[in-house]
Design a protein around this ligand. Structure first.
Ligand SMILES: Cc1ncc(COP(=O)(O)O)c(C=O)c1O
Length: 390
């Protein structure tokens, strides 16, 4: 039995796996058991900010596993303190709660919001059309995409979605009973689509009017991916809560809810918790990752390379009329086509480069933040070859 057959026999068929068997990773590259090398411009779904086997992450993990790999949350743990201190200092927020994943950070914030809103008579929670919040029932309740929701009904009561970037719909839906509005300022799964300044401003103003909370989902866009620490910083939006995950554990699973003063006192002993959340090894790897990312010129390089790639791919638009639009926010890049993107992504993989297809027609590119000119040039060469054959 080959590994593909084995996988099919063993697992619920929830994942469409790539036809690669990875042996190891190094920097921006993956090496497969058949001796091939692949440039990973998708970085484990925006997790591997420092690529594979980064020395700072290896050192941090190695030092921590020798001390302890797990302590219950009855204990104060240095790696958690260090990661919390950095995330709060850099964000300017006041309190943090560590989870294991993005969807758990979303789930926890829903609970936090409901507890905050209860004495104020606010319970309604909104997500955005075309958004992605995760796979738990709370996260799905914030979403509208049938692809993820079909068959899981009924969802949580008191939830709804607002048309992304539609100020009229936003204004019509929020009111005194609204507890929170969730949004990805740059929708990732939705095709790398940014919030408009107009919508962000309207959201800020309506929050002033009705006193609800704004939650910025920074799970994909956070920790430098967009060239700034958080995606919302590009749009003049001032959230009350941020959810983060993906890169904050340096490749190990950890997520977090980060809250402002407004919600700081809502949670008291025992009202929320987790066994594994804030795992010390993951937090240690996260500290190494954030320290590396926040050391200039790291993010300046992300901005420079992103501009370079953006310029190059935009210049290709005249030659390849099926490129409809290029949307670039640092290393969150969407190339929208007039044709389906999945076959293009498969063909690019044949050229030794991993990118992703989302929203049917978008090539989603989420390179490790260590990717430089050489890697972008390799991607451009692969795209050119594939586009030429279209
Ligand atoms: C914006 C956003 N929110 C939430 C999630 C869910 O995170 P996780 O898969 O860690 O549960 C994701 C995952 O892709 C995401 O991109």
């Amino acid at each position: 039995m080959n590994v593909k057959e084995q996988e099919s026999q063993l697992f619920f068929h929830t994942y469409k796996r790539l036809p690669l068997e990875v042996e190891r990773g190094e920097g921006c590259y993956l090496y497969t058991t058949d001796g091939q090398r692949y440039l990973d411009m998708f970085s484990g779904l925006a997790v591997n900010a420092l690529g594979y086997a980064h020395p700072a992450v290896i050192r941090a993990v190695d030092e921590q596993v020798r001390k302890y790999t797990h302590l219950s949350n009855f204990f104060i743990q240095q790696p958690q303190l260090q990661l919390a201190e950095r995330l709060l200092r850099l964000s300017g927020f006041d309190k943090i709660f560590f989870s294991n994943s993005g969807t758990e950070a979303i789930e926890g914030s829903i609970k936090l919001i409901r507890k905050w809103g209860k004495p104020l008579g606010k319970s309604q929670i909104f997500g955005m059309s075309n958004g992605f919040s995760g796979r738990t029932m709370g996260a799905l309740s914030l979403m509208d995409k049938e692809k993820y929701r079909a068959g899981y009904e009924p969802f949580l009561p008191g939830f709804g979605t607002i048309e992304f970037n539609d100020v009229q719909d936003l204004t019509a839906k929020v009111n005194q009973g609204t507890a929170a509005v969730f949004l990805e300022c740059i929708q990732g799964e939705g095709g790398i689509v940014g919030v408009t300044r107009e919508f962000a401003q309207a959201l800020n103003a309506l929050r002033e009017q009705y006193g609800f909370l704004i939650v910025a989902d920074e799970i994909q866009s956070g920790i430098g991916r967009t060239g700034k620490l958080f995606g919302y910083q590009h749009f003049g939006l001032t959230p009350d809560i941020i959810t983060v995950a993906k890169p904050i554990g340096g490749g190990l699973p950890v997520g977090a809810i980060i809250g402002s003063k407004k919600v700081a006192d809502v949670w008291t002993y025992g009202v929320h918790g987790t066994t594994f959340g804030g795992n010390p090894v993951a937090c240690a790897a996260g500290v190494a990752t954030i320290d590396t990312v926040m050391q200039e010129p790291f993010l300046a390089n992300v901005r420079t390379q992103s501009e370079y790639f953006s310029g190059q791919i935009r210049a290709m638009m005249a030659r390849y009329p099926f490129i409809k639009e290029v949307r670039t926010f640092g290393y969150m890049i969407g190339v929208e086509l007039t044709v389906e993107s999945a076959p293009i992504v498969d063909a690019v993989l044949q050229k030794g480069v991993l990118v992703n297809s989302t929203a049917n027609t978008v090539i989603r590119i989420l390179p490790p933040l260590i990717a430089g000119r050489e890697e972008f040039d390799q991607l451009l060469t692969a795209l050119t070859t594939v586009f030429d054959a279209q």
